[in-house]
Design a protein around this ligand. Sequence first.
Ligand code: SF4
Ligand code: SF4
Length: 709
Amino acid sequence: MWWVILIGLAGTAAAIVLAARRVLFLYKLAKSGQPAPERVASVKRDPKADVEGQVVEVFGQRKLLKWTVAGLAHFFVMWAFILLITVYLEAYGALLLGLDFHIPLIGRWPVVGFIQDFIAIMCLLGLATFTAIRIKNSPKRLDRQSRFKGSHTGGAWLILFMIFNVIWTLFFFRGVSSAAGHFPYKSGAFVSIGVGKLFNGLSAGTLDILEKIGLLMHIGVALVFLVIVVNSKHLHIFLAPVNVMFKRRPDGLGAAQPMRSDGKILDFEEADPDVDTFGRGKIEDFTWKGLLDMATCTECGRCQSQCPAWNTGKPLSPKMLILELRDHAFAKAPYILAANDEERAKLPASVIAEAERPLVGGADVNGVIDPDVLWSCTNCGACVEQCPVDIEHIDHILDMRRFQVMIESSFPSEAGVMLKNLENKGNPWGMSEMKRLEWIEELDFEVEVVDEKMPADTEYLFWVGCAGALEDRAKKTTKAVAELLHIAGVKFAVLGPAEACTGDPARRLGMEFVFQMLGQQNVETLNEAGVKKIVATCPHCFNTLANEYPQLGGTYEVVHHTQLLSHLVETGKLVPVGRIEENITYHDPCFLGRHNKVYSQPRDIMAKVPGVKTQEMHRCKERGFCCGAGGARMWMEERIGKRINTERVDEALETNPDTVSTACPFCLVMLGDAINEKKNSGEAKESLEVLDVSQLLLRSIKDTPVAAE
Ligand code: SF4
Ligand code: SF4
């Protein structure tokens, strides 16, 4: 047996050394990133959420199970990894303590043997499923529609092959062990015992040799696998639980994060671009969590398959963005980790060349991320929502934008007009603040305007938003909501000229300074007025007020108008009576749905309107498809690929709707524009319109067509 022990231990030592070197390298690279104290346990963690994250995301595979077949296959392969640790415990016991070793206490229970064999078989079935999916996708993998386009598929095949080797050597070793009489389970391990019967009749000497070879092969395969894993994308086997543990709570959606330098939130009154880190201008500017995100990516492409930019022919794929950052980080690592300039000077030319690549730049300067990639993002959150290992794409995109805008002054020029208007006039269109009152004059009832303090007895501050006050189509929603609140007897007031843009378009563009300026001004106004509860019609305003203003000292109870209206309908304060005999399809605004999980209330309202027949689009709710306006894209030209709003309206038309409904002024405009184009080209009927859910409700309550307003 000594030669078996010698080979086993030597192999184990070699693999551990090789794997440890790689792990040390990865640790040093992650540690070279900026600090992220907000992610660290001792500073701000919620142990209950941490445990929940592990149970639901990692062990429960919540996100993967949404992709039923592939998710189920992954579920079993992942659990095989966990449960088959017991088989390796037995293998090392057999190697070091004798072939008839069993795990103390539980090691002879038939149920343990059964679970081991069962999960190994399910793992094999999982491998077969993955193989079938990959073969099916193989001819299409160069096709943009394939989620594997751009993934390193060769490495994935190697890993499948290695897992297969783990399983067949497992059954071989256990089978021979059973035939030789060393196997700890006399029943339960149905496959291993069955395989053992195939060896019946062999001599004891032959079985002894086969058992030792089987043992070494089973251990050897795992060791080779370990070394491959730490050098491949399958690092996620070890990193996914860590990444999930340190993810943003509840997820990487909702609030954009404040700018941090060296772990501290930047104070723009003192910040110095020569000293502080403004966004991400080079790979070293990412935090360790950012680098961990990059190393954890499984290249599954689920994010890519949902991305509106990618699906309309733009160069942005959230998967490839993460992979490009990761490959750059790894290639530049020797430069980053070098102790001093002297060491750096000795590095190969390829490493120096990698180190000199700008993080963001076109092909002419060999940039890591092309500007068209960076500016194509609508911040829709589909990537973050889908990612099974909780990578936070939007945070990284936003941070790179911040450097481009605030340090390089490099961004699509059209957005510059919007920024100037925000700075000078407090709204993206540069209109006079007094125009914010005009919609009120078109109503036949009084609306209270806050005069420094919220009027007594008013329950809600109605946050109208720039579009809601100044854009003609969105103004109809504003008036409908005001009228519904009036009918329901809800006391509300508006800020009127004292309301400024929440700053969302500036922040999503990367101009944090303008966001801070507008945000602080609004928070001051709201706090001084004594505002406690806010209702907003714009999901972008809603998101900023509810999730981002707490960063600036403004904490309020914020609801979206669909939430409040749904409650008013539910409690009988609003009663839709008029029939609307129409086919209606509802478009989920990304900042209402994915970013804030408001999916049911707009649908609940429509369900209460007599006569309405609703039909979901193919992509809806968590998988809803963006209208193209988020991430400040509303203020940029869309020059590449198909227009996102056209793609969405094409999908809506498949449901043959009379009306497309939504709950966001920006979606209203984007979908309205695309519908008008379709009408002009004869692809949509003249009567097709896009309406806010509140307009439909008002129409039913008043029993008069809203379009006639
Ligand atoms: S946020 Fe939306 S547009 Fe941006 S990368 Fe993710 S899926 Fe694509
Ligand atoms: S970022 Fe997430 S969803 Fe996208 S490929 Fe990587 S692991 Fe998959």
